[in-house]
Design a binder for this molecule. Structure first.
Ligand SMILES: NC(=O)c1ccc[n+]([C@@H]2O[C@H](COP(=O)([O-])OP(=O)(O)OC[C@H]3O[C@@H](n4cnc5c(N)ncnc54)[C@H](O)[C@@H]3O)[C@@H](O)[C@H]2O)c1
Length: 315
């Protein structure tokens, strides 16, 4: 198959590309390299890999790529992943998270491409701490521009599915971590402790608790559930089995794995890290588990493995 991976030079997209190439697909990666090129350098010479450095929010660019390449499936992972930066400048989410969805759907419509995988997020639910969130939970009110742009993307996808007979698989990811990670609590804590190994600033009061999924578990699920596409749209909550990990416990794991002692935790206070953050949520993942996919790591194990990966990579 010829697959287009939008945002393929990023953290999750690059792992997905590794798996797609291993399965024998021809991969066309389109990315404007916000995070740099290092995640795809190891596949650059592969005959089955082609890279376009391009702005995906530009319709004529996207149309040109669909004209040049015969695409069977689009994996759409392009988005702004720096939620705090987007919080200061909403235009970033509008361009990178929402407009990229529109241009890709339009490119697909014009080229007659019918299959898409979309990387959505738990942020579409907004703040519903007392509800066990299922894929059919309604009344979604995102509390960040990022969550809003993803929910708007999902709505747009739904309309194209209906109007153009597309088949789309949507995963609502929680926090994803693992090798090549460039943002989030685990990454920040390691970076801060490298600068000052005696004190660690922690955003919020440390009780924020979220599930962290290991990126290779997530990629396995994407590969499994996009082997075949059924008509219409299928949404999956995806996460780990068991509890999430509190921010304080992430800090403890990082300190332990870095071999540090007597680190003072300095909390900035409040029940969340930043405006737009959702400090806790509860996911029902029965639907994705019923497909036979099982994550290999719990949330705590994913955090620990990610710290080990980062240290091994020389961070
Ligand atoms: N990492 C997480 O914890 C997490 C959680 C929920 C959902 N997601 C979603 O998963 C997807 C991948 O996330 P990630 O962590 O790998 O992010 P990432 O930032 O590492 O990768 C995103 C890639 O998209 C590219 N991109 C963004 N806007 C673009 C544009 N306008 N034109 C061309 N390229 C563009 C960037 O250059 C980057 O390489 C995103 O859609 C993100 O919203 C991630």
């Amino acid at each position: 198959m010829n697959v287009l991976v939008a945002g393929g030079a990023g953290f999750i997209g690059s792992h997905l590309i590794d798996s797609l190439l291993l399965k024998g697909h021809r991969v066309i990666c389109v990315d404007k390299l916000i995070m740099g090129k290092q995640n795809i350098e190891h596949v650059a010479d592969s005959k089955s890999f082609k890279f376009y450095e391009a702005e995906l929010a530009d319709q004529s660019t996207v149309d040109e790529i669909f004209k040049n390449e015969k695409i069977d499936i689009v994996y759409h992972l392009a988005a702004n992943s720096d939620i705090q930066k987007g919080g200061k400048e909403p235009g970033i989410d509008f361009n990178d998270t929402l407009l990229t969805t529109r241009t890709l759907l339009e490119g697909m419509r014009k080229a007659g491409v019918k299959k898409m995988f979309f990387a959505s997020t738990s942020a579409v639910y907004g703040e519903m701490p007392d509800v066990e969130l299922t894929e059919t939970t309604g009344g979604l009110m995102p509390v960040s521009y990022y969550g809003g742009a993803k929910l708007a993307s999902e709505a747009l996808i739904s309309s194209y599915v209906s109007m153009c007979d597309m088949s789309v698989v949507i995963f609502r990811f929680p926090n994803v971590i693992g090798p090549r990670l460039t943002h989030g609590a685990v990454f920040d804590f390691i970076r801060k402790l490298r600068k000052n190994p005696t004190e660690l600033e922690i955003l919020g009061n440390g009780t924020q608790c979220k599930p962290y999924i290991y990126v290779l578990d997530l990629v396995e699920a994407i590969m499994k559930l996009t082997q075949t596409f059924s008509p219409g749209e299928v949404v999956y909550n995806i996460s780990v089995i068991g509890e999430g990990t509190t921010v304080t416990h992430i800090a403890e794991i990082v300190v332990e794995e870095m071999g540090l002692h007597d680190v003072r935790f300095a909390y900035t206070g409040g029940d969340r890290g930043w405006k737009g953050d959702v400090p806790r949520f509860r996911y029902d993942i029965g639907k994705v588990l019923s497909t036979g996919w099982i994550p290999k790591h719990t949330s705590d194990e994913a955090v620990r493995q990610t710290v080990k990966d980062a240290i091994a990579a020389g961070m």
